[in-house]
Design a protein around this ligand. Sequence first.
Ligand code: NAD
Ligand code: DAU
Length: 356
Amino acid sequence: MILVTGGAGFIGANFILDWLAASQEPVLNLDKLTYAGNLETLASLAGDARHTFVQGDIGDSALLGRLLTQHQPRAVINFAAESHVDRSIHGPAEFIQTNIVGSFNLLEAVRSYWNGLEGDAKSAFRFLHVSTDEVYGSLGPGEAAFSETHRYEPNSPYSASKAASDHLVRAWHHTYGLPVITTNCSNNYGPFHFPEKLIPLMIVNALAGKPLPVYGDGMQVRDWLYVKDHCSAIREVLARGRQGQTYNVGGWNEKPNIEIVQTVCALLNELRPKADGSRYEAQISYVKDRPGHDRRYAIDARKLEKELGWKPAETFESGIRKTVEWYLANPDWVAHVQSGAYRDWVQTQYAAQEAA
Ligand code: NAD
Ligand code: DAU
């Protein structure tokens, strides 16, 4: 079995759903259920013995020790993190606590467990750390995309905390021999994305008739990857990636924010035209820029493509259409996130499951 941390969040939950759609190997899902953790995303797994949920903190050494000893995972995949840049600007403390101190405690618990393994179980074990392209800082317009050897130059409390965790993971390999792999991925989008991030926020605000807030001049560039392509990359890296290595994951889809917002509006004009005939673009509203806003990210994913043969299945055009269609087809998921009702799901659905 595998242990997934942060499996009630956007990418972790998509990863678990995809994993269990293709494999019988059970998943132990450890998630603190912060505001970003939503077990309603995993509702389709209710009653599925292959998924065990435990509410808990990656910083809780005693809990981790117990879970590792009891469940004997062959791998740990660490998605758990505070992930929103704007929140890190308003309140960095949680980012330091989970992304740095939490990652440290998790590494120590895993190291102790791994030291106790023997033979094949020990040599096959992997700790896969899921990280971000933001650790590399911001690119100028003509600069080459981030490769795995690009210098670390994080600019926000979020990216600095992720960079720190990457360094810890690297050091635990170099010093203690822990069989780690790190992935640094670009901006994800897709189903079950919390509507505080650009794409889902634009979809839900547009449908609610609210302003679509574009920071600054809207010309900041991000490299977008459909979440299920990120999940397939992680599966490949887990299966065949070399320990001690890092792999950049990206979709070769650099786009300025304003173009993303216009694309979302165009799809909504087509799929959910407004009764009064007005267009969603009219809701676009330029607002004050994010402090320290990184101008451009771009990922060079050639190492992953060449070494492991990974390729994204979706183009941006196909992925963004699927995403808008998903939000239109799942108004209840959105409504429960907006009302806070998703936070009751753990009581109603998982009361009988293992408690931390
Ligand atoms: P998310 O915020 O949607 O989910 C994070 C999950 O971690 C939540 O379920 C939350 O409850 C859980 N969590 C938070 N603190 C915890 C703790 N101390 N112990 C246990 N669980 C805790 O984030 P996401 O977008 O799914 O991102 C997952 C990972 O991927 C993060 O490490 C993030 O840095 C990285 N990443 C995200 C993107 C992206 O575009 N979203 C891109 C590259 C990398
Ligand atoms: O690059 C990977 C990173 O992508 C991940 O590590 C982070 O966890 C993830 O949140 C994401 O970070 P960004 O800051 O790039 O994502 P966000 O969706 O917050 O913003 C995308 C861009 O859109 C960014 O340039 C800021 C801008 N933006 C965002 C919001 C929420 C707006 O213009 N308006 C908005 O309301």
